[in-house]
Design a binder for this molecule. Sequence first.
Ligand SMILES: Nc1ncnc2c1ncn2[C@@H]1O[C@H](COP(=O)(O)OP(=O)(O)OP(=O)(O)O)[C@@H](O)[C@H]1O
Ligand SMILES: [Mg+2]
Length: 623
Amino acid sequence: MAARPSLGHTGGSAEPARRHRSTPAVTTGGSTSRGTGVELELRGITKRFGSLVANDHIDLKVAPGEIRGLLGENGAGKTTLMNILYGLVQPDEGEIRVDGEPVAIRSPKDAINARIGMVHQHFMLVPVFTVAENVMLGVEPTRGLGLLDRRKARSQVKELSGRYGLQINPDALIEDLPVGVQQRVEIIKALLRQASVLILDEPTAVLTPGETEDLFRVMRELRSGGQSIVFISHKLKEVQAIADHITVIRRGKVVGDRPPTASDAELAALMVGRPVELRVSKEPARPGDVVLDVSDLTVPAEHAHHGAGENQNSVQGVSFQVRAGEILGIAGVQGNGQTELCEALMGLRPGTGAVRLDARDISRASPRDRLRAGIAYIPEDRREDGIVADFSVADNLVLDTYDRPPYAKRIAMDIPAIREHAKSLAAEFDIRTSSIDTPVGTLSGGNQQKVILAREVGRRVRLLLASQPTRGLDVGSIEFVHRRIVEERDQGVAVIIVSSELDEIYALADRIAVMYEGKITGFRPPTVPVAELGLLMAGAGDGSAAGTGPDQAAGAGLEATAPDAVIEAGNPALGVIPVMTTDPVVITHPADGGEADGGGSADGTGGGATADGPATGGQADPA
Ligand SMILES: Nc1ncnc2c1ncn2[C@@H]1O[C@H](COP(=O)(O)OP(=O)(O)OP(=O)(O)O)[C@@H](O)[C@H]1O
Ligand SMILES: [Mg+2]
């Protein structure tokens, strides 16, 4: 790949015209026009990783101008299928056809030639390059990029952003852009390569509700231009809102096609192969002693961003307490200091003020000492902070504790104990992996998250600090994790849940704190109407928060846990939130066997359903 200097400083004169012609993949604005739909068909796609069958004779047809929702539990094989379509993984069997013609896709380059584009679960942009530089990357890898290309890229970025309403400045540096805007860059990159089929693998997992709405608008625009989209999400509401058809896969097989009018309950059951309780029931909290006491915590911003107010703090004088046996939910639009707050509580980021755990001052303690003092931590960015990708599943399950009994005897690690521990956690948390010796980085996104959850929730602690704990998890796993978190609470653990999903906050919290621009704008009981919460999230503080000392805050919390404050099904929030993972409905009908219907691409064997009774699960065997 070209180094940065060749991108930015190629001199002042225009490049020769032949360079212009030598960039076939990037076309002039006019030829990225609409009405370029193709019919995509996958036939019998099969992919094995050792003994694990990630894709099992998958058939899928996507018409021009169609948005196809792809649903499936964690490890069902969605990403693998999309990676095959984009040439990143080679199938063992099966065929891909574009407009009826078989195509060989051995690399992303082949995919691009076949007019297939992909926006990855984890973006592949270069942070120190500009938007325009990034969209040009890979277009002309052998020669570096000239001024002409950069100009062209800038004008094409502008043209496309205008046409699809994708607000983007071609000269902005990627590292300065919010995630939602980075995603637009990825989409533009694919569009510039004339993608007729766009693969979006969990594009909304990291977006704010507003950004998600923007993305949906763009998707509809593309659809009306004849482009087709394969859209993967674990949020049923989103798939119902945007997809024309929904295909559900389970353990590598297509188990059904449904219209977007299918209910949450039906889709969830089809995905998981059993009824799912979409809202975990819980008793009112019985808060005990104060476990965590945070007073006047301020965390300086990491680096002042261009344009943003200088010397602004990420967290500004925050005070609160969490008691044993209660769940404090921290709500807020992403980027209002929640990440920095968690990192400061874990000692990963310097801050001023006092943090006490069980009345002991841990303000200066290292992250390791805080873990040992009894904090469990589920970080927001699992790939960065939660796992070591090259280490095995078993080793990742003891990352915090490997150097202590029972996993260590004097200086040596006790390998059999580690393995036993790993096997039982993998079974309990339904971690889908071919073996506990597999590098954790090869697990599906949701299963990586389950490894972290199993490690952190699977040991005895005083405080559980969980940031976006169910991001990327399927509905069945969310049910399980929510239940475990409530169990922890009921055993007297103090719990903090930071989540940008309001429904998750409503489902779990005994008391809600709202963050806005580094401050807590209010504490509320979980009966608070969503509109009021929305106002607090938009910065409409109620004054009481600013002066809320820890005692007042705790008082508010006790109020919030009065029995009549328990949230039940029918919570007003659930009808209003545009983007939701779950629903208050409790599904009662089983969806096994015969449910695997119906639609043209269902395999209809019924074997899929019988083969994955909840307890057995061939693929889940961690041995
Ligand atoms: N390179 C690999 N080596 C071994 N196993 C793999 C590899 N890639 C994927 N797998 C396995 O294939 C299965 C399907 O994974 P995939 O990533 O396609 O799931 P997914 O449906 O995208 O799940 P999620 O919703 O969690 O993202 C998983 O069990 C995963 O561990
Ligand atoms: Mg995936």
